[in-house]
Design a protein around this ligand. Sequence first.
Ligand SMILES: Nc1ncnc2c1ncn2[C@@H]1O[C@H](COP(=O)(O)OP(=O)(O)O)[C@@H](O)[C@H]1O
Ligand code: SF4
Ligand SMILES: [Mg+2]
Length: 338
Amino acid sequence: MTAPALLDIQQVSKRFVKPLNLGERISAWLGAQAAAQTVRAVTGVSLSVRKGEVVGLVGESGCGKSTLGRMASGIYTPSDGQVLFDGSPVARQQGRRTVKQTTRVQMVHQDPFSSLNPRMRVGDTVGEGPVTHGLVPAREADAYVARWLDRVGLDSGLRRRFPHQFSGGQRQRIAIARALAMQPDLLVLDEPVASLDVSIQAQVLNLFMDLRRDLNLTAIFISHDLGVVRHVSDRVVIMYLGRIVEVAPTPALYAAPKHPYTRALFDSVPRVGVGRQGFVPIAGEIPSPLAPPPGCHFHPRCAMAGPRCSREAPELLPVGAVGEGRLAACHLHTGGTD
Ligand SMILES: Nc1ncnc2c1ncn2[C@@H]1O[C@H](COP(=O)(O)OP(=O)(O)O)[C@@H](O)[C@H]1O
Ligand code: SF4
Ligand SMILES: [Mg+2]
């Protein structure tokens, strides 16, 4: 039997209203047509994550990965839909404020330079949350922090230093230690290696794999890089312009992607040993989430598009063998594009 979902994301959308800038406000005051614009960052996304599972979330910059990750972590409340963690909403809205309801979901951000307080000693950064939330008594915090720094491969003797005294890779280890010290049941890692050199990326990915094995982590691992998630995820979710377009177990996705966008993503990755030969960037620009194309959002860039694609948005539906756990949102799998 499959384990029940720990995280259940149900039909969530997130819209941001882009306020008018000063020039636009003056134009509007003078009678010009100007209205606040709505960015559709995430639209109608459903996804569940089982205990012990690592889900990779992939897509080009601006497709809504961080916004979805922030809703999963309870940092944002959805505009529509809900995110349940262990059956309860992970966040609630209190006036204009989002109140995160649990510490059991922790997020690691892309940029360890801005996510660590530069004026706080790293030991205090790692120990603050666990003490505040009563996970460890204040008198034991120092030893607790030392254990976590050791666990992420850092010399615990350096815990009285400040973030600027560490390298980028070390800082990301500190950010991971800070998240894990909260003893979360789910981690959301938002492009945790994107800002690091390739050799350092491999070290941090190896650390994640070790931690995953030893602590039986459940995680959403966000990356714009298919090569990165391949090694760390059980399942991969591909997003395009705020929607999920494909979901598949990792080996199946890499063996045979089902959605034209996923195929285009693969074709645009320079392969090891092949250099940049066969490197085909995806045609056209990513459309603006202020005015997404009608029908299938991918149709202006899709080599397989037909008339139906600009008329009708494809639903995310099961594809492939029964029980394989694959989903795709493309008319090619439901009667064609005419
Ligand atoms: N706080 C915000 N206010 C307004 N627009 C936002 C905000 N956060 C994200 N967006 C917009 O939402 C879209 C999705 O952004 P994001 O989730 O950061 O994508 P990704 O992480 O995949 O690069 C982008 O167009 C981005 O500009
Ligand atoms: S629905 Fe049409 S445009 Fe969209 S991915 Fe499939 S073939 Fe391409
Ligand atoms: Mg992002």
